[in-house]
Design a protein around this ligand. Structure first.
Ligand SMILES: Cc1cc2nc3c(=O)[nH]c(=O)nc-3n(C[C@H](O)[C@H](O)[C@H](O)COP(=O)(O)OP(=O)(O)OC[C@H]3O[C@@H](n4cnc5c(N)ncnc54)[C@H](O)[C@@H]3O)c2cc1C
Length: 811
């Protein structure tokens, strides 16, 4: 074809709601040399048949923001782009059948208010007033979202396409991408049915076909399509007689949505009999599924239809006009992929959306932020494609997708460790701990003991927003760490060995603080150019130019890509990902020295082996590294051993510890212990919404050293005044501790956000770690913390609530 372009700055693959929004947002950001290629007609994938519901509600801080961006944009998009869109802002009601659900709603309301979203709780009479056809049986109350509504997905997509075209982007339809090859200088040659095009940047927006595009460049995209159905009724006289459209109704405890469509109703359940498609060889995805559906299967919806008819009897008064059963793609956590493709350069993903209509607007913005600015405006780790690692196989995604679909509307309890797709990665100690009755949780695919029930009867996961059945047992584990000796298997730290001439200088330019001296370790923070926290690493220095960088288990691919991306072109520095080769055992407590001394020859006195240093050790027949550090604030060591020696090391330590009353401890105890020490957790307390200065990590920032990424932004922030600071709060809580994203109040003002909360068993207090306005961030200041909709008094504490001078660590 003569006018097919040979080059584009960005090629977007896929013309659904998301791809078109991405094209529009890129063009709007000034990147107008955009080519969008679509296999069939725009909207022909999942978009054309979507129900078009546009909620703001989300239990995630980032997703709430993203969806708020969408709904705000949709309200004016038609006018802005001169393309009329049917967008009805009807408001929505979420029903609560239980007190737990009410607590969840109250918590999300608090988060939403801090983002200027006026979500509100509803009483039964208010629900009835807003929705006259509803029956109120089994209800505890509800939640009102005034900005919720529905949009015509096809019109919205066409509007974005028009907006993109008006700004100079090209859209070519009936033009499937058939191959993608690397080209010089980090570019890509995208082969299409209408010819090849060289792209500086590629965006995979191919919806449920995203994995086909990924396969062309060796990337295994986690995506499984689930069949989702909704039915549309015939007209209902009561609705025809009304002037206003009914609010959208979500009966989340019975797992369905119900909304008015013209004079009928749309009923869409998330049924227990979740049905994945196109997973196995005998069920291949057809080459072309454009504008197609799966066969109806109303039998699986029977229970939900009956439940909805009992709730809104007019639903049962008419027949079904049509059924839509189409593919919804799922990742293992139900959030889409938006951001850099792991391991690839100039290749982005904006795909696998389960709610791509409500998220298209925000997704386009975040994608454009990534491409144009190198990072999103606010932290979007929840959608970062690098949040998964190699354990995410097809089998894992399928298991998780089914579980997610079944639980699409389930309550988002803290510390829920759902079982599907597990165990994926286990340490050699796993079976030993399992035999002892450990309850596990997965972090970055790695199984870690969460807590150790005293008996089989105790070994149940009782989900609650309040302190629950493991509270007393975890208190015992904490006591063992504080008063005796305890051991923990902590597999999965992402671990990179960085070595070679110039490694130290190079690393120094990546981190905000100082590198440790040889033989020592230190914490280090990597920032983006705007000073935002990108990553945290514990750096162990073995030689002048040889280091280990240890980070969170889930950060393995993220950190690998960050390091590799910043490696100079011509260099002898090597980055070796040794994550799977090493395991970590934590031995902590005042008696840990006596126990460790029985199995190693090293002099463990503080003079010979001071805090924050490391030494080679031999334990039995295994050789590894002992580091005098821990995350729990007691005398102790981390033993880093090759995986093949980990079990033997554990057994030797256990045998040596028995005379001292050694016991196992798990992640829940560690979380309590680290709160008392104010130790931050990456992607919980530390993320790209904050700089290290806001996180009160000044001692890890050296603005007077040479250049490092983010330095100028931090200098600017320091000069302008740091707007928020991270502080520990001692909370006069009731039976629940502060959940993630609890709002902090001063009088009638919202002044901060708690990122972690829990009970500190050593100090016997409820703790929240929070970002608060800088003028309030001083010891003794009183505030209030919103816990599940109720405000509790709190006071800003000293930075280290327990052992403020680290005497126990240095003992
Ligand atoms: C029954 C049902 C109801 C739903 N209701 C809602 C709802 O109420 N609210 C909501 O937010 N979401 C809803 N969804 C989900 C929503 O439809 C999707 O999340 C959304 O449409 C995804 O948009 P997308 O642009 O990512 O993907 P798609 O719309 O699937 O677009 C991807 C495009 O990529 C193209 N493509 C694929 N391969 C190639 C190739 N090789 N070359 C070129 N082009 C290619 C495809 O042809 C397709 O047009 C619903 C889904 C279903 C099934």
């Amino acid at each position: 074809m003569a006018d097919f372009p040979s080059h584009a700055r960005v090629v977007i693959i896929g013309g659904g709601a998301v791809g078109c929004s991405a094209a529009y947002h890129l063009a709007k950001a000034g990147w107008t040399d955009v080519l969008l290629v679509e296999k069939n007609e725009l909207t022909s994938g999942s978009t054309w048949h979507a129900a078009g519901n546009c909620p703001n509600y989300s239990g995630s801080w980032g997703m709430l923001k993203l969806q708020r961006y969408s709904t705000r944009q949709y309200a004016t998009l038609g006018d802005e782009l001169d393309y009329p869109i049917n967008y009805h802002v009807t408001g929505s009601i979420r029903l609560a059948h239980t007190k737990d659900r009410i607590e969840e709603f109250r918590h999300v309301c608090g988060m939403a208010h801090l983002q200027d979203l006026d979500l509100d709780m509803m009483m039964a009479n208010e629900i009835k007033a807003a929705y006259p056809f509803i029956e109120l049986h089994d209800l505890e109350g509800g939640l009102w979202d005034p900005y919720d509504g529905d949009i015509d997905p096809a019109q919205m997509t066409q509007a974005y396409a028009k907006g993109a075209r008006d700004l100079g982007a090209h859209i070519i339809r009936f033009c499937a991408v058939t191959d993608i090859k690397p080209a010089p200088a980090g570019a890509w040659d995208v082969v299409t049915e209408k010819g090849p095009v060289r792209a500086d940047v590629v965006v995979n927006a191919a919806g449920y076909r995203a994995a086909e595009i990924g396969a062309m460049v060796g990337r295994d995209i986690p995506c499984v399509s689930m069949a989702h159905q909704y039915l549309v009724t015939e007209d209902i006289a009561e609705l025809a007689a009304r002037d206003d459209k009914l609010p959208l109704l979500r009966d989340v405890d019975d797992s369905y949505y119900l909304r008015q469509e013209r004079d009928g109703l749309i009923l869409g359940p998330y049924e227990w009999q979740a049905t994945p498609h196109w997973v196995r060889g005998d069920d291949p995805m057809p080459d072309d599924f454009s504008f197609q559906l799966y066969p109806d299967d109303l039998d699986r919806l029977e229970w939900y239809i009956e439940s909805a008819c009992a709730r809104v009897p007019i639903l049962g008064s008419v027949g079904v006009q049509k059924v839509i059963n189409g593919p919804i793609p799922y990742t293992p956590d139900g959030n889409p992929l938006i951001g850099p493709a792991p391991g690839l350069t100039n290749f982005y993903e904006c795909c696998v959306f389960s709610f791509g209509i409500s998220q298209a607007g925000g997704a386009g913005k975040i994608l454009a932020d990534w491409v144009v600015h190198g990072e999103p405006e606010w932290d979007m780790w929840i959608t970062d494609p690098r949040r998964y690692t190699d354990y995410v196989t097809k089998a894992h995604v399928e298991a998780k997708a089914v579980e997610l679909y079944q639980n699409e509307y389930a309550i988002g309890y803290p510390n829920e460790e759902r079982p599907a797709g597990r165990p994926a990665k286990t340490s050699p100690v796993y079976e030993r701990l399992k035999a002892k009755g450990a309850m596990f949780g997965a972090r970055g695919g790695w199984e870690r003991a969460a807590w150790f029930p005293a008996s089989a009867e105790e070994a149940v996961e009782k989900l609650s927003f309040h302190r629950t059945n493991w509270f007393d047992t975890v208190a015992e584990e904490c006591r063992a760490v504080a008063e005796g000796v305890a051991i923990m298997d902590l597999p999965g730290f992402s671990r990179f060995e960085v070595a070679g001439p110039g490694a130290a200088d190079w690393l120094d330019g990546l981190i905000a603080g100082a590198l440790p001296r040889v033989g020592k370790i230190s914490l280090a923070y990597m920032c983006s150019p705007r000073g935002a926290i990108v990553s945290e690493a514990t750096i162990t220095r073995f030689e002048d130019d040889r280091f280990w960088l240890l980070g969170a288990a889930s950060g393995e691919w993220h950190d690998r890509d960050w390091l590799e991306r910043h490696l100079p072109a011509e260099t002898d520095i090597t980055i070796d990902n040794v994550t799977a080769r090493w395991g970590t055992l934590v031995l902590a407590g005042p008696k840990s020295r006596e126990v460790l001394a029985q199995v190693v020859d090293n002099d463990l006195s503080s003079n010979a082996f001071p805090w924050l240093t490391h030494q080679p050790v031999t334990v039995g027949m295994g050789r590894g590294t002992a580091v005098r550090v821990n995350y729990v604030g007691e005398l102790g060591w981390e033993l880093h051993m090759p995986m093949e020696y980990l079990l033997a090391t554990y057994d030797l330590l256990w045998a040596a510890g028995e005379a001292h009353g050694i016991r196992d401890f798990g992640m829940y105890a560690m979380d309590s212990l680290r709160l008392e020490k104010g130790y931050r957790s990456w992607k919980v307390d530390l993320d790209a919404n904050y700089t290290p200065l806001m996180a009160s990590l000044d001692r890890f920032v050296r603005l007077d050293k040479g250049e490092f990424i983010g330095r100028q932004a931090l200098i600017d922030q320091q000069q302008a005044g740091v707007p928020q600071r991270f502080v520990p709060l001692l909370v006069e809580a009731g039976t629940a501790d502060a959940p993630f994203c609890a709002v902090v109040w001063k009088g009638d003002e919202r002044v901060g956000l708690a990122t972690s909360g829990g009970y500190g068993h050593r100090i016997g207090r409820s703790i929240a770690l929070a970002y608060v306005r800088t003028d309030l961030a001083h010891e003794g200041e009183t505030v209030e913390v919103d816990i599940l909709g109720e405000r509790f008094p709190a006071v800003v504490g000293t930075e280290l609530l327990y052992d403020p001078n680290n005497e126990r660590l240095k003992a």
